[in-house]
Design a protein around this ligand. Structure first.
Ligand code: PRP
Length: 210
């Protein structure tokens, strides 16, 4: 593959549509729906796209299967993979929050139980947040549908992403505290960045409108 040809890792899920739209505006025609395809060629006939679970994007970039990728900052908080974050692309904004059932009143100052049980996909961020505040807690690692955990009685609170707030509302839950804000980031493999400097900076400029 020549230095001008790029392999880009894209996240499935919430960030996919906006990612595809940004790439289209940057001149790389990405299919609106890749169906079951995990590897596709963009309509420039050159750029390869890997369509991955968001949490797998950093691994594909670190190990060089992709030269660069687009991924939520929330994913980067949780990963050990080493990638270089070059730009905040500004879209896909969401908040990582502590949330709980409205009826428990934690959002109005009610005290947490002595040993708080926290369900989350974001175990590292949750652990750090409660450790900083000296709140003893057990982190219950789940892979999705985390809002169910307090309702089903396996957790007192959750740490999860909130975008519109509709999912919390639908479960009669409220934000207790905001931990951080996340947006989509452009990441690169540092070695590939040197080897494909021109192609990667040109893509970055087009993605950021520079
Ligand atoms: C995310 C997040 C919340 C929801 C928040 O879940 O974990 O459940 O979106 O969005 P909202 O504030 O706009 O309602 P996702 O849909 O990615 O699925 P998951 O439950 O499998 O994590």
């Amino acid at each position: 593959m020549s230095a001008s040809q790029l392999v880009i890792a894209l996240p499935k899920g919430a960030l996919y549509d906006e990612t595809a739209e940004r790439l289209r505006r940057a001149g790389i025609g990405v299919p609106a729906d890749v169906g079951r395809m995990l590897k596709v060629t963009a309509d420039d006939g050159r750029t390869q796209l890997l369509v991955l679970r968001s949490s797998d994007v950093p691994a594909y970039v670190e190990f060089g299967a992709a030269d660069c990728g687009i991924v939520g900052k929330d994913t980067l908080w949780e990963t050990d993979r080493s990638v270089s974050e070059l730009a905040d692309l500004g879209f896909g904004e969401c908040r990582l929050v502590v949330a709980a059932r409205r009826s428990d009143g934690y959002h109005e100052g009610a005290r947490y139980p002595t040993f708080l049980r926290v369900a989350t996909k974001f175990t590292r961020s949750a652990q750090a947040y409660f450790a900083e505040r000296d709140v003893p807690c057990e982190i219950i690692a789940l892979h999705g549908s985390v809002e169910l955990a307090p309702i089903a009685g396996i957790a007192d609170a959750i740490v999860d992403l909130v975008a519109t707030g509709n999912t919390l509302k639908a479960h009669d839950m409220v934000v207790v505290d905001e931990i951080a804000r996340s947006t989509a980031r452009f990441v690169v493999n540092p070695v590939r960045f040197r080897a494909k400097y021109e192609a990667l900076t040109a893509l970055l400029d087009r993605l950021t409108g520079a």
